[in-house]
Design a protein. Structure first.
Length: 202
């Protein structure tokens, strides 16, 4: 996915799984993803390939979700390929930024493929235009530290450092700076949306 511009203010390995997912795996590999980027659910804790760490869920309610697999794309092209492959094989796909959804929407269900955006975490401040472009996998803590280190800049955001900026921007983003500068979403200039067929800017 591309980078999201915001206004600024001063201040592995993969395991083998049989069944319908194997066709999706072949599609993903042919689209250019590596086997290290595809972490599938298995029945063996000894060979989970990092699945348990990716499936860590902050909210213990309602039930624990166990998606079919996690995909770790490194570009918007790979995100589009993941969506295409899952769609063509009839599997539901969901995006995961920080994974803090109260209802666990970013973990889908037991028949879902999760596109985990953590590797798309670029942060590019532009002090001349008072903006910042960021990837969809950026967490609040990463952004706050990067902007402060860059020039003591801030963007309004929530207070939990491990929450993803993408989901927070979609859901509002209330924090300490909100009275002065509004919510996170009030400061978004543009989103780039990844789809199976193309990318769109809105």
């Amino acid at each position: 996915m591309g980078l999201l511009p915001f206004l600024l203010f001063p201040a592995f390995f993969s395991t083998f799984v049989v069944g319908p997912f194997e066709d999706v795996r072949k599609c993903l590999l042919s689209a250019g993803l590596s086997s290290e980027q595809i972490i599938a659910r298995t029945n063996s804790a000894e060979v989970d390939g990092g699945y348990a760490a990716l499936n860590y869920q902050w909210n213990l309610r309602p039930e624990q979700k166990t998606p079919l697999a996690f995909l770790l794309p490194r570009s918007s092209r790979e995100v589009a390929a993941a969506v295409r492959c899952c769609k063509s094989h009839g599997l539901r796909v969901v995006a995961k930024g920080g994974g803090h959804s109260v209802e666990k929407y970013s973990f889908g269900d037991n028949h879902t493929i999760v596109v985990d955006l953590q590797r798309l975490d670029a942060i590019v401040p532009d002090s001349d235009n008072l903006t910042c472009h960021m990837g969809p996998g950026v967490l609040i803590g990463q952004l706050a530290w990067n902007l402060y280190s860059e020039g003591r800049w801030v963007v309004p955001h929530g207070v939990c450092p491990s929450v993803g900026m993408s989901g927070q921007a979609l859901g509002g983003g209330y924090g300490y700076l909100s009275r002065l500068h509004g919510l996170t979403v009030d400061n978004v200039l543009e989103f780039e949306i990844g789809r199976a067929s193309c990318r769109e800017r809105v």
